[in-house]
Design a protein around this ligand. Sequence first.
Ligand code: ATP
Ligand code: MG
Length: 438
Amino acid sequence: MPETAVENWTQISHLKEHVGEEVTLKGWLYNKRSKGKITFLQVRDGSGLVQAVAVKSELPDASWQAAESLTQESSCIVTGVVRADERAPSGVELTVTSVEVVDIPSEEYPISLKEHGTDFLMSHRHLWIRSRRPHAILKIRSTIEHAMHEFFEKREFIRFDTPILTPAACEGTTTLFETDYFGDPAFLAQSGQLYLEAGAMAFGNVYCFGPTFRAEKSKTRRHLMEFWMVEAEMAYADLWQNIQVQEDFVRHVVGRVLEKNRADLALLERDVAPLEKTVAQGFPRITYDEAVERLSSAGSDIKWGEDFGNDDEDILANQFETPFFVTHYPTAIKAFYMQPDPNRPEVALCADMLAPEGYGEIIGGSQRICDYDLFLERMQQHDLDPAAYGWYLDLRKYGSVPHSGFGLGIERAIRWICRLDHIRETIPFPRLLTRIYP
Ligand code: ATP
Ligand code: MG
């Protein structure tokens, strides 16, 4: 029995280890088919789905009645003998010896196994997550989160939790969620970065993982109002070391998904070839200059100095088979804390990682300005009040060192790894421009 399983019953995901034995499952009825004196129960328990065959002549009357009474999403306890079955997706089937009802829904379950509109499903998200597709996506999400922590732990990064209620902006003032902090304004964190930099000066290599909030006022398929970001910050690391860690990180995470979630990827009909290439190959690196040339050749009207629109990112992202980096964006369009290239100050020592197959940016990262005077100058150019950032300026006053870091939006990564059309499916309860329910 796996350490995680609760004793007295068996998880469907472990049935294969119990062929020939009698086991008890605790779960819910996913679907049912009756053929006179035989009933085929599809039972799910969160870990998997299995077919349990109930035969009237072989069951106590009460169990047969119980099997007959089950409706979609009735909770039930089913005991039976595990049989190997090549044809079954789970590889096994159960011959039922007893059925016990826990709860029968008093109303018909609202999500039938037929098609529903997205809005209906989103309004029933609390129930929809029991269905196979969202279930597969959210299992992949869990693998990704475990894999992230595993990567950083192996590399001896310190996990450093950053605050969610903050006194000032990190990523531009137009997307701030403001709240009242006992009479003073406070803002929900857009990123943990600034605090993580303090952590890097104290611990060397640090990372954080937490929810971040941005009031994105336009409707896109890649922006949420509340999303989870994993961020790392490394003292003494330069742009290229930063990029290497990101590449290793993404390859590790994708590798774990390929190890653990093959069946989920298959359910989503995800072609795994690009994921396998991602694990096997290094990621290409192009400069912003080269990206602008590629875009112009592909018909975009982008001019040097402009930020990429979603369409531009899509064009670029369709030209690669694995994630890739775009480095050295114009300093003017990037965040105030990014280090300008000393040889060419109009571009910054920064890089975004873009996902292939048209998915676009999943990581933003850079070397940070470490010179006090240059920092002050940049803050003035960005109309930021130095008084509000006194503590952050201190990091440039007391033993400042070159340092770099990055942030990966995990929903963006999931959207690409699962190849989903819209980011709303990557998180249990998405917060969208027009939706905060349920
Ligand atoms: P974009 O240009 O796509 O809005 P950004 O430049 O604002 O992204 P960063 O500030 O660099 O993004 O944030 C780091 C990462 O956080 C991004 O690479 C992306 O993966 C993720 N991210 C940013 N905004 C959102 C959002 N609204 N919803 C989901 N993920 C996001
Ligand atoms: Mg943005």
